[in-house]
Design a protein around this ligand. Structure first.
Ligand code: NAD
Ligand code: GLY
Length: 362
């Protein structure tokens, strides 16, 4: 049994599910059993994570028909071509509608496996086993699944909730420092959009987090998931409030697409995007210069980029931002900050100011 004290529920009526957070969860006997329907399981992972954790998972699934698929590692493989390999394996191994897909990995594996689960035979069970900080605090929760298109990030996907999320914090021990810091960008996002006290706690706890202090990490993961679960429960399909979870993402996704998904990490692009959103919020008279400095200082401490690459031109930005999923009837909407802890989604900003910002002429 897993400890109910380290569990929270994403409340979505008959699609509600638990997030289990704890050290060593993958070794808890039978941890998957309540969430598996039939006797078939496909574990999808990648070539970096498989040698680290695939055995551990397989041991815990010995009573099922377990098949595996090991994808190449990287955001640039989050494509329809590699998604198809999941369907190929499911069909080769004759998985039926009561199969369960297990996503073992970071956000790339989680998003792809989730989309495969949403579409294979019109929808089968899936379980998220996030192994990066970013995936434990963000991508495994909330049911957004997708692959990238060369012209736009996460452009092909579905909302599809997992049966549960099992976040074993012990897996973070093998995570490279750069990946940990990229995950901290999304943790900081929650403080900025909805939780001023959490932002303050992060400012005072950032050294412990960067040194992987288990208690601090557990607190940061739990608080991030609480924030995300609360927002997703109110607006599963992003018709309103959920869009604030995309602070920095319109800028960040444009950076990732311009780099063909192969240079900066997702969290790094989001960090730069959040500074850009904070600076625009300052130009609009919402965020004070001191608050923008706090945002910059916290992200800089995590060794994250504070602006888009200088080679990225403003017309490239505008072209890529025009295909953002928040564009409505041709109008660009951005997530901006009214204050630390309060975000808003708006199209009501001076586009000349945005132009200046993108030319880095503030
Ligand atoms: P990732 O999945 O590429 O993982 C980062 C790297 O860490 C990879 O090289 C991976 O192999 C490695 N790795 C994973 N776990 C490890 C471990 N325990 N030890 C050692 N190495 C490990 O990247 P990510 O940052 O986890 O996720 C980014 C992706 O998530 C992006 O595609 C982004 O669009 C998506 N995302 C989705 C949502 C959502 O709501 N669905 C939210 C945020 C981000
Ligand atoms: N990462 C944004 C969302 O889940 O809505």
């Amino acid at each position: 049994m897993v400890d109910a004290a380290n569990q929270l529920i994403v409340e979505l009526g008959d699609r509600s599910y638990p997030i289990h957070i704890g050290q060593g969860l993958l070794q808890v006997n039978g941890v998957f059993a309540p969430y598996i329907r039939g006797n078939q399981v496909l574990v999808v992972t990648n070539e970096t994570i498989a040698p680290l954790y695939l055995n551990l998972i397989e041991k815990n699934l010995s009573r099922y028909q377990v098949d595996t698929l090991i994808l190449p590692d990287g955001e640039r493989y989050k494509t329809l071509h590699y998604l198809n390999k999941i369907y190929d394996r499911l069909l080769e191994k004759k998985h039926n509608r009561s199969t369960t897909l297990i996503a073992l990995g970071g956000g790339v594996v989680g998003d792809m496996t989730g989309f495969a689960a949403a579409t294979y035979q019109r929808g089968v069970n899936f379980i998220q086993v996030p192994t990066t900080l970013l995936a434990q605090v963000d991508s495994s929760v909330g049911g957004k699944t997708a692959v990238n298109h060369p012209m736009g990030k996460n452009m092909i996907g579905a909302f599809y909730q997992p049966q549960c999320v099992i976040a074993d914090t012990a897996t973070l021990k093998t995570l490279p420092a750069r990946e940990l810091y990229a995950g901290l960008a999304e943790v900081i996002k929650y403080g900025l959009i909805a939780d001023e006290n959490f932002f303050y706690w992060l400012e005072t706890s950032i050294d412990q987090l960067m040194n992987m202090c288990p208690d601090s990490l557990a607190t940061a993961i739990m608080r991030s998931c609480e924030n995300k679960a609360r927002i997703v429960s109110q607006d599963e399909r992003e018709t309103g409030i959920r869009a604030i979870l995309n602070l920095g993402h319109t800028f960040g996704h444009a950076i990732e697409t311009a780099q063909s998904y192969s240079d900066w990490l997702h969290g790094e692009a989001i960090a730069a995007g959040m500074v850009m959103a904070a600076e625009l919020s300052k130009l609009l008279g919402w965020l004070s210069p001191d608050d923008v400095l706090r945002v910059r200082e916290l992200l800089a401490k995590c060794q994250l980029p504070l602006w888009a690459p200088h080679t990225m031109r403003s017309d490239t930005f505008l072209e890529l931002m025009a295909v953002d999923k928040k564009v409505m009837d041709g109008t660009l909407r951005l997530v901006l900050l009214k204050s630390i802890g309060q975000a808003t989604v708006t199209s009501d900003f001076d586009h000349q100011l945005l132009g200046k910002l993108l030319k880095n002429r503030l």
